[in-house]
Design a protein around this ligand. Structure first.
Ligand code: MN3
Length: 238
């Protein structure tokens, strides 16, 4: 026979399981934290994994504080918005013009920040860099006239971002394009699939590179996770 204590425990566990299942974890599909539906994804490597190109202290502050702040503020923006809080961050950003006006800007900024950074960590890896091979490598050659030309164009786009923003390699109607966005705007909201992105906010590089954004851009090419970029290319061109 079930004691009252067991019954309480069972009820509690069942309720916990249901509420976790009912709330989507957002981008990476984790369970729901008590403070809101979205959660900071773990960095997929150690803070110092990308040394000497990206330093450990910058990675720690960038992930644990800056990215966490986007997540916290996105959750705040969605307080009391039950239906919207059940959507994924991609769904929110893809149809940003459909959101209630009062939360459109916070979702654009903090949701964009959460989404862009969640991708960014995965676009980097220890001992990354080099050049993409396979169909992505061929597509870059065809579109840009070789990897060196692609690198030049991407770096120029990253250099030209005025103030804070991102440079991107995107797929738009199955064509590769280089673009940039201001602030935390994401290509997703423009109907484009982001394949590779570079965060050129000063918080991404100032500790190590100070005002030398060009050195940071050059360093980025040593840590790109081309396998991840190629997987996204295959998924979105299909
Ligand atoms: Mn950032």
């Amino acid at each position: 026979m079930m004691t009252r204590r067991d019954a309480v425990k069972t009820t509690f566990l069942t309720t916990a399981a249901i509420s976790t299942a009912a709330l989507p974890g957002g981008l990476l599909g984790q369970g729901a934290p008590p403070t809101g539906p979205f959660k900071l994804p773990a960095l997929p490597y150690a803070f110092d994994a990308l040394e000497p190109h990206l330093d450990a202290r910058t990675m720690e502050i960038h992930h644990d504080r800056h990215h966490q702040t986007y997540v916290t503020n996105l959750n705040k923006a969605l307080e009391g918005q039950e239906a919207l809080a059940k959507k994924t961050v991609e769904q929110l950003l893809r149809h940003i013009e459909d959101l209630p006006e009062a939360i459109r800007t916070p979702v654009r900024n903090s949701g964009g920040g959460h989404y862009n950074h969640s991708l960014f960590w995965q676009m980097l890896k220890k001992d990354g860099g080099g050049e993409p091979t396979g169909s992505l490598g061929k597509a870059i050659d065809r579109r840009f006239g070789g990897f060196a030309r692609f690198k030049e164009e991407f770096s120029a786009a990253a250099t030209k971002v005025f103030g804070s923003g991102w440079a991107w390699l995107v797929l738009e109607e199955k064509e590769l394009k280089i673009s940039s966005t201001p602030n935390q705007d994401t290509p997703l909201s423009q109907g484009r699939a982001p394949l590779l992105g570079l965060d050129v906010w000063e918080h991404a590089y100032y500790l190590k590179y100070q005002n030398k954004r060009a050195d940071y851009i050059a360093a980025f090419f040593h840590v790109i996770n081309w396998n991840f970029v190629a997987e996204r290319f295959e998924r979105y061109r299909a």
